[in-house]
Each structure stands twice: as structure tokens, then as C-alpha cells.
Design a protein around this ligand. Sequence first.
Ligand SMILES: Cc1ncc(COP(=O)(O)O)c(C=O)c1O
Length: 393
Amino acid sequence: MNRDLKELRSYPMEELNKIKQELKESGKKIYDFGTGDPKEPTYERIRRALIESVPEVSQYPSVYGLKELRVSVANWVKKRFGISLDPDKNIIPSSGSKEAIFHFPLVFIDSEEEKKRVIFGTPAYPVYERGTLFANGTPTPVKLKEEDGFLLRLDRVDKSILEETKIVWINYPHNPTGAFAPKSYFEEVYGICKEYGIILCSDECYSEIYFDKKPPSALEVGIEGVVVFNSLSKRSGMTGYRSGFVAGDEKLISEYKKYRASFGVASPDFIQKAAAFAWSDETHVEERRKIFSKKRNIFLDFLDKIGLEYLYPEATFYIWIKTPDWIKPKEYVKALIKGGIIVSPGENFCSGVEIKNGECSSNYFRIALVPTVEECKEAVKVWEEIHSNLLNR
Ligand SMILES: Cc1ncc(COP(=O)(O)O)c(C=O)c1O
């Protein structure tokens, strides 16, 4: 068995997963704010586009993807960020962002070279680290701090580390914290990447789940040395379709394309046709934002009422909440889960490096606004009762 796979540690909160399982088996009403996979139906016209595209004879899809999809993505990028991309040179479709993020370092890390570090912030989506490990790169987590608004401060990383770095991952709007980065932040990070010959990888899968301001894209600050990853999963409620795109630097995209021909991860053409339609439509995305905004407001009002601190979420469907200081973080999270409110403890987003070094602790937890608006209204009542019972112990 592959050594990297063997050594991968499971998340440290096994105990909480067990409680969740027991709750399910006991038939207790559960409000699941754990996994970031919302249940709103996919827009009917997208579903229809897929059904109408299923052919009588279905053949292998190509790595390059359908021109129709690449043109639709280029049009969307132009409309949304004002950047012109060549659909043949700057864009390749992916089967969702996850596989594309995982595979990327396999192409660009040479394990014989000294320059093989991959920097990412923590708490983090785990795939930046896992892809790095399988590519024999050196995962280099950088702690994201509350006082920095959870922005990855590349300017504070040692020069000697930056010199050994091949890839930097940023992810704004951010999972799990919901942190938002302004364009000036992207400019700053890009400047450092250029100085040190680092590829800037920007995971932008939450760019369309925003409330007030529109999140910027790394493409707005430069294309040379920049690769962005976006997806229909969150924007269009299409997690099950597995459809996204990778866009940016022509040379990097061409090298990545060459590698992707080695394995069969191209999306089926009928998925790509539905995706081409999805990127061309904004009405369904606006509808989704309205729903997440309603759920977010229910929780912001509630958290303010009971006096819990959180990072104000300007985007994403997550809220990063601080446990109160009168109770141990793990105890608060455990009480919520036992009471049927499933949340993700901050430790779930530690990197393997932190776990190995015994540096994985967090006084935050994440809620994903997955249950319906009505369920959110019920859940805050249940939560309030759990909270008062803990306070009045
Ligand atoms: C930060 C981040 N990046 C990428 C993904 C992958 O999304 P998908 O593979 O569905 O496009 C997720 C999914 O939760 C995520 O949270």
C-alpha cells in the first residue's frame, strides 16, 4: 500500500463522529450543519439541459472538454471579473474542483528539487495538503490568525521558506472560516509569488456565494503564474454533477492538460452541456444567494442574542463561531452534537503536519447552512436550550 496513504491520519474527532452515529440510530431529530453540501434542488433548466444531452451512443469525453463549455466559462469570467480568457488556451474543465486541486501538484512538483514546498493556510480544506503529499512535495501549513481576519500572510513567511516554495494555495472566500479577501490582498500575495517564482493557485469555489460585496478573483491581478479553480458545486447546487474548471496561465494550463490525458477524469459530455448552460445563467445563482442570506440572518441574530462571537461572514455558506470562554471548546461542541445540532469542530480542519506535531487545537467550530430555512428556525430554538442548560449547570 502507498506509504502516504497508510500514514494519513483520520480526523481527530472520532469520538464526536461516534456520538453522531448513535444519535442517528436512536431516531433523535438531527439538524446537520456539519457537511457543506446544501440540499436545495438544482435549477430545473440545468437538469433539463443534462437530460436532453444524453446521447444514444455515448463515447469517451476528451480532456480538453467541449468547446461549448470552455466558451461559456470564458464568457462568465469576462462578465463577472472583466478578464478575457482564450477558451482554447487558458481553460480546462475539471470533474469538480477537488480532483483538479489534488492532481495539480503531481504535475508541478519535482521531488528531486529543493523547491518543492506547498504553502497553504490552516484551518484548511484538506486536499491542498493531501495532493502535496502524494506528489512528494513538502506540505507547509501557515496558521491563519483571527487578528489577520484569517488571511494567509505570505509577507510574514521566512524568505528561506519562500525560496523553497513551488505552489501557494489561497482560498478566499474561505472554507471553513468564511473569510473574505479584498483585491488588494490578492495583489500583495501575487507580488510575493512573482518575486519568488511561485505558482499562485487560487481556489475560488465560493466566489458566487456572497452577500454584500462581490469577491474578487486572482485572475484580476494577473494571469502569468496564476491558476484559479472554480466549480458549479456551490454556485449552482451541483455537487453531484462533478463539474468545475481550471483557468489561468497558458503555459501552466498546457502542461496540466498534457498530464490530464494520462487518466480518465474528463466529465461526460452530457454533464458538460448542463454545465455550459449553468455558467450562462445568473438567475438561479441569485435565488441561491437569497436562500443562504435568509439562513445566515437567522443565525447572526441568534448568535448575537446569546452572545457568541463569530467571524462576520461576507461570503460562503459557513459561519465560524467561537466557543464561549466559560466552557472547554470540546465540551461545548459535544453538548451541541448530543443535543442534535451537528457542527464541525475547528480541529477537523487541522493539517496532518499540525496533528503530527501536537499543534492541533481550536476554540472555533463551523456551521454549514445546509438545513432548510424552516429547520434553521427550529434549530436555533434547540441550540438556545442547550446553551442555557450549560450556562445554568
Ligand atoms: C475550499 C474548497 N475547495 C474545493 C472544494 C471542492 O468542491 P468540488 O470538488 O465539489 O468542486 C470544496 C468542497 O467542499 C471546498 O470547500
